[in-house]
Design a protein around this ligand. Structure first.
Ligand SMILES: *Cc1c(COP(=O)(O)O)cnc(C)c1O
Length: 651
């Protein structure tokens, strides 16, 4: 193992053998991807969608085969979808849900806890219909419910829970107005198991008033503001000055009001949310302990509480480092999380002789992050085979230099011969700067400037002074596919999904298609400022595909339409051992077309097309051009996605 670890250390000049397992270590795939992602013997990313439950290797999916199936032309048996594409894996969702459930069940069993676990999925993590429907279906056996924070989220949750377990919770969080509360009470009338969680004291007056008018007995929760402060990026959720929840004074006033209205028996749930991506078990235990004390106090004050809802925050180890002082990692796993929650609640309740509550949690990130992968292609890169210096050109160049510059050139040549690296670089730098000045003054031409750049690159390469960082242009918009990378510096593992049996020979950063200087990925997990990459031109298939992993939570709803690049295609893939390739595509949807994205900014694509067509016809009469061809090109562009395509609408 020691040896294996040593080998993949990145050194592009070392041309020794390379194995898929080296890539696995280099990109830390087992660290962040287990048990779902690994590298197979063909050097492709392999998906084990059922995690450790996979009964055999037949249940492994070769990601490259999925991408081929999705992007190949219809005439060759593919689906003909354009990239980028989001590949969704419902089996992974199911496995995450089951793992969470079983982590809590085994903690409850081993601590001899006196009640049960009943989770909800916070739909804001990804409101996509197929995901929410799948979670309700997969979670049916354990009464899994939904959590919402706005009116449209409540509407979609009501619809999806029609097929849910009758006891599944529907938890209404977030700031509420009259309509939100009305809708929640209507849902109660429609026999959904709705809990209205008070976020502000004012909401209680509306709840009391509207429930009387509707003749419905509300089920109420309240959200406590904890003092325990999450120190990471998501820390503003909690702490004394946090954005959400009721302070002790406000909690007391809610209890008084409920008592006065004869409705204290309606208060059944205590909710709190420490913040997303809770970094450590210590912080978790601290927050849960504080909240359980509040729970016990509410019981002492006469509330008939039954549920403690510990919120979300179960974190994801995006960089595989298992560290508890980083925003992109967590120092615990599912089992430790569940065990701590159960143990702390039990300890506090026992010390106050309070009956153990049903434990609810609202894990979003932990349920959906792993289930989708964004696949995109590198289109071109700055990796180039240098044409080399032609001696005639070089001689001509040297003759054109002033005497001083020619002296620098001679010094450079001498230093090269003597192998004096520092001197080489110093003279090369000086010469380059001189030539640039000359060019700006107009006394040097562009051919000469190209020669000095070439010379400089040769020297820096030979001296090993700077390993060049290459730029790869990728067919992607980070604003659409990983907006959190841009907005809050969130890191995701990014890896080539094939050629992992070959040594990556260069270091690169990724530039996206937007005309925005922020449209680049130049920071990678592990604090790296570049990503080991292969020469994209040397791919046997002609394509170089990369994947962004663990981005299943939040990114789709946050996505923007910067540069009108629109949303990616989406496919849903399940493992199917009876299929020759081991998988089936159960749903495929092309991304937004140029027509669709134009509409998002109130343009009218039909009108645009009609007017351009009219112009073609008018001018066609004058010029006699083949206007049929122009029109069909135009129509094709409207229907295609805005991302770069390989073919053309003019075939
Ligand atoms: C966002 C949110 C969640 C989900 O948090 P994760 O960290 O994704 O698990 C849960 N509950 C509330 C109230 C939230 O606002």
């Amino acid at each position: 193992m020691q040896q294996l670890q040593a080998k993949p250390s990145f050194n592009p000049t070392d041309c020794s053998h390379w194995f898929p397992s080296f890539s696995s270590l280099l990109y830390k795939i087992e660290k962040w991807g287990a048990p779902y992602f690994s590298v197979n013997s063909s050097g492709n990313i392999s998906i084990r969608p059922k995690g450790l439950n996979s009964s055999s290797t037949h249940e492994e999916i070769d990601l490259l085969k999925v991408v081929k199936k999705v992007s190949d032309h219809k005439s060759s048996g593919g689906l003909g979808l354009q990239l980028p594409v989001i590949i969704r894996l419902p089996d992974v969702l199911k496995n995450r849900l089951e793992s969470l459930q079983s982590a809590f069940e085994s903690a409850i069993c081993s601590w001899n806890y006196g009640s049960r676990y009943q989770g909800v999925y916070p739909v804001k993590s990804n409101q996509n219909r197929f995901i929410v429907e799948d979670i309700v279906r997969f979670g049916f056996p354990f009464r899994f419910g939904l959590e919402v924070g706005s009116k449209p989220e409540l509407l979609l949750a009501m619809n999806c829970l029609c097929k849910g377990h009758p006891e599944a919770l529907l938890i209404c969080n977030g700031f509420k107005d009259r309509d939100y509360i009305l809708l929640a009470l209507i849902a109660r009338k429609l026999a959904f198991n709705v809990v209205v969680v008070l976020e502000q004291v004012e909401e209680l007056d509306l709840v009391i008033d509207l429930s009387t008018k509707l003749c419905v007995s509300p089920v109420i929760g309240l959200r406590a503001k904890l003092r325990t402060k999450h120190a990471g990026h998501f820390g503003s959720t909690s702490g004394e000055r946090g954005k959400f929840g009721l302070t002790p004074r406000q909690i007391l006033s809610v209890v008084k009001k409920l008592e006065k209205a004869g409705m204290l028996n309606c208060l059944i749930l205590l909710h709190f949310h420490i913040g997303s991506q809770i970094p450590s078990i210590t912080m978790l235990a601290d927050g849960i302990g504080e909240a359980t004390q509040i729970y016990c106090e509410l019981v002492r004050l006469g509330a008939c509480l039954q549920f403690i809802d510990v919120g979300g925050g179960l974190g994801i180890d995006y960089d595989g480092s298992k560290s508890s002082n980083s925003d992109v990692s967590v120092g615990y796993g599912l089992e430790e999380y569940a065990s701590t929650v159960v143990q702390v609640i039990q300890q506090v309740c026992d010390s106050k002789s309070v009956k153990h509550p049903v434990i609810c949690s609202e894990s979003g990130r932990a349920i959906v992050s792993y289930h989708s992968i964004v696949i995109f292609e590198a289109i071109s890169s700055s990796v180039s085979d240098s044409p080399g210096l032609n001696p005639e050109g070089l001689q001509h160049f040297v003759e054109g230099l002033t005497e001083d510059a020619r002296a620098d050139y001679s010094n450079l040549s001498a230093a090269v011969i003597k192998g004096e690296h520092t001197a080489c670089l110093r003279y090369a730098n000086k010469l380059k700067q001189y030539c640039l000045d000359q060019f700006k003054e107009g006394s040097m031409n562009i051919e000469q400037l190209a020669i000095v750049d070439e010379l400089y690159d040769m020297v820096s390469k030979a001296t090993g002074a700077s390993e060049p960082i290459h730029t790869y242009l990728v067919n992607l918009s980070i604003f659409n596919s990983v907006p959190d990378f841009w907005a809050i510096g969130q890191m995701y593992p990014i890896v080539p999904i094939h050629r992992l049996d070959q040594k990556p020979t260069v270091k690169g950063i990724l530039l996206d298609l937007t005309c925005d200087s922020d449209g680049k990925i130049d920071r990678f997990i592990g604090g790296e400022l570049s990503l080991p990459l292969h020469d994209h031109r040397e791919s046997s298939t002609g394509q170089y595909y990369l994947g962004i992993f663990l981005g299943g939570a939040y990114e789709e709803a946050l996505a923007g339409s910067h540069n009108l690049l629109g949303s990616p295609s989406v496919v849903q893939v399940s493992s199917q051992s009876s299929e020759p390739e081991g998988f089936v595509v159960t749903m495929a949807m092309p991304g937004q077309s140029c027509r669709d994205v134009l509409r998002t900014m109130q343009h009218e694509p039909e009108v645009i097309f009609k007017e351009l067509k009219q112009r073609i016809e008018e001018l066609g009469q004058v010029n006699g051009t083949a206007d049929g061809m122009l029109q069909s090109v135009l129509a094709g562009i409207f229907s295609n996605m805005p991302y770069l395509t390989r073919g053309s609408s003019c075939s």
